[in-house]
Design a protein around this ligand. Structure first.
Ligand code: NAD
Ligand code: G6P
Ligand code: MN
Length: 442
């Protein structure tokens, strides 16, 4: 059986150890020859790598492992790139969140002005990874979950149309894990779903069991009163109180269209002022993550490296990241698995821009994804999506052309921004903060 070689780009990510533990857990389903970590911050990555070295030595010593900041070493001789970079790291996420809040506007990683700012940083970083992969391993596939995925996906569609890149998000997976709990099922895979939207901007239209029974009524009865909140807390990423509040808030998002079940992120577009008011402008999610997940992962990694042992380790397998293995296996073994991906619409949503990057179920095989048609969508969602996809397309155009005007237009098109004057103030602050990362705008 062929064993695969993988490069994790953004090796210094807080998610790297959990993903490596998950890969090792699934080694019989997806055999691995080599794992390489690649990052452009050597010192940050080294701390994670030293611990991963110990983990691999204990659990699967036959796997070759290295960490590098040199692209030709990182990208040569590989089958897959698993990409999760954060250009500007948490220091810039903090600014993305705090600058809009100064003006009473949503301060969020991927939504509104923060997401736009992050997009302007990420486009160049992800294109660079694509170019390295194509240069050194032209047959490889990139599984990308670097954010903001909507903008990154539009940029790669437009600027690297032939790239073998698959863009995927874990939010629907996390939500489907909660649905599994609500329904009293064992596994998310017992459900077959229909869904349409943009990334972090979509709706479930059907949830059925494998026999075809409609599970929506039971889900709706729960969501109507509790959102996606359940007593059980999903292990891993979405356990903090702020996430629990987000799951509860889905109740109010659902109220807008009781025919569908919404993605959690829609709250920022339906209740932007409430979300901005609730936030602490001096302590945002970036601070929570820096004081929480980042501190925990780095402290644990340093301890593991120092003890040269994983004994008593509190690092957890990122179970929910096993979708990455499902995706790699779909390509490697032509499994034809049905998965939600961010792909070019091309008619999958009949009454929507065919060049838009949409999130829809796809059948994934060794040639890549085949989107499953979702038919025509209602006026409400169509209107919202047309406005939001225009934000995403204008950001990519602004990046390409160095256009201040287009970025200002992108901001005013976001439902999170109340008017053009505030949009301009936020934009000018973001330009100042992102000098080291954005192309010059004029
Ligand atoms: P992190 O800051 O801990 O890690 C990101 C790493 O990327 C850092 O070590 C940084 O040095 C590195 N990096 C930045 N620019 C780079 C470049 N140009 N080349 C190589 N490396 C670079 O961030 P995190 O919180 O662990 O998240 C990582 C990424 O995964 C983010 O983009 C985040 O938004 C994304 N994410 C996506 C999903 C999803 O659903 N798609 C889920 C979780 C996280
Ligand atoms: C979800 C989304 C990701 C996003 C993450 C933020 O998983 O799908 O796209 O990056 O949440 O989580 P955090 O814990 O970093 O705030
Ligand atoms: Mn996501």
């Amino acid at each position: 059986m062929k064993k695969f070689s993988i490069t994790i780009a953004g090796g210094g990510s807080t998610f790297t150890p959990g993903i490596i533990l998950m890969l090792l857990e699934n080694i019989d389903k997806f055999p691995i020859k080599q794992i390489k970590l690649y990052d452009n911050d050597k010192a940050r990555q080294q701390q994670i790598a030293d611990a991963c070295q110990v983990i691999i030595k204990e659990k699967a010593p036959e796997i070759d492992f290295l960490a590098t900041v040199t692209p030709d070493i990182a990208f040569s001789d590989i089958d897959f790139v698993m990409a999760h970079i954060r250009v500007g790291k948490y220091a810039m996420r903090e600014k993305d969140e705090k600058i809009p809040l100064k003006y009473g506007v949503v301060g969020q990683e991927t939504c509104g002005p923060g997401g736009i700012a992050y997009g302007m940083r990420s486009i160049g970083g992800v294109l660079e990874l694509v170019d390295y992969m194509e240069k050194y391993s032209p047959d490889a596939w990139m599984l990308n979950y670097s954010n903001p995925a909507a903008i990154v996906a539009e940029a790669t569609r437009k600027l690297r149309p032939d790239a073998k890149i698959l863009n995927i998000c874990d939010m629907p997976i996390a939500i489907e894990n909660l649905m599994t709990q609500i329904l009293g099922l064992q596994s998310r895979k017992e459900m077959v779903i229909s869904y349409y939207g943009l990334n972090h901007f979509g709706w479930w239209t059907a949830v059925r069991d494998r026999q075809g029974h409609d599970l929506l009524p039971k889900l709706k009865a729960h969501v109507k009163d509790h959102g996606y909140a359940v007593n059980f807390s999903e292990a891993g990423q979405h356990i903090d109180e702020s996430w629990q509040a987000t799951f509860k808030k889905v109740k109010d998002v659902y109220a807008l269209d009781p025919d569908t079940l919404p993605n959690t992120y829609l709250k920022y577009y339906f209740y932007p002022q409430d979300e901005a008011q609730k936030a602490d402008p001096n302590y945002t999610r970036a601070n929570e993550v820096m004081d929480g997940r980042e501190k925990h992962v780095f402290t644990e990694c340093n301890r593991i490296a120092q003890c040269d042992s994983t004994q008593n380790s509190t690092l957890e397998i990122d179970e929910h990241a096993s979708y990455i293995v499902d995706l790699a296996r779909a390509i490697a073994y032509n499994t034809q698995e049905r998965m939600l991906l961010i792909v070019e619409n091309k008619g999958a949503i009949h009454n929507f821009d065919s060049s838009a990057m949409v999130e829809v179920p796809c059948i994934v095989g060794s040639e890549g994804p085949e989107p499953i048609t979702q038919g025509a969508i209602p006026q409400f969602q169509k209107g919202l999506m047309e406005q939001q996809v225009s934000v995403e397309k204008l950001v990519v155009e602004a990046w390409e052309e160095g256009s201040y005007q287009k970025l200002w237009q992108a901001l005013i098109l976001s439902r999170t921004v109340p008017n053009a004057r505030i949009a301009k103030q936020i934009l000018d602050d973001l330009i100042e903060a992102n000098q080291a990362y954005w192309p010059a705008l004029s």
